[in-house]
Ligand binder design. Structure first.
Ligand SMILES: [Cu+2]
Length: 161
């Protein structure tokens, strides 16, 4: 029996593995939370663990949230014993590794809060990565970790922008 060439091509195409749908599925976000701050505090920060199961390095390049007028990517630097925040262009998540955003390190800074946040509230965050993919997550508002070793509790609030 002779198969029509078109049928052969069709049959071959059907047996090919499905194309991978971008690298969006390579990234997973866990333990996302937003630090509870006293009412009237203009800014807060979001923390999370980002895991990259893919084979190429990824970068978090942008964040936004409806609760804040602006969101920035920040890190903390130890400047002669003083922990200072600095804006960074991106936060890298190496292939096969994970990057923790945590107090005293990387964080998503939420600037100019549009509403007071209560413990247990859920804050929507949109995270944008360098491959063009985005992740929508919900972060619970939580009290600051007692393990946080900031030199003064007011470090975040006292920062000037
Ligand atoms: Cu910050």
């Amino acid at each position: 029996m002779r198969l029509h060439p078109t049928l052969i091509i069709l049959a071959t195409a059907l047996t090919l593995p499905l194309p991978t749908l971008g690298s969006e599925t390579d990234l997973t976000i866990a333990d996302a939370y937003v630090r509870l701050v006293p009412p009237g505090t203009p800014n807060t920060a979001a923390f999370m663990t980002i895991s990259n199961s893919g084979s190429s390095d990824r970068k978090l390049i942008q964040a936004e949230s409806p609760v804040a007028r602006n969101a920035e990517l920040h890190t903390h630097l130890n400047d002669q014993g003083m922990m200072r925040m600095r804006q960074v262009a991106d936060i890298e998540i190496k292939a096969g590794a994970q990057t923790e955003l945590k107090p005293g390190g990387y964080h998503v800074m939420l600037l100019d809060l549009q509403q007071p946040l209560k413990e247990g509230d859920s804050v929507a965050l949109t995270l944008r990565f360098d491959d063009g993919s985005t992740k929508e997550i919900d972060a619970a508002v939580k009290k600051p970790q007692t393990a946080m070793k900031a030199p003064t509790p007011a470090t975040h609030g006292a920062m000037k922008y």
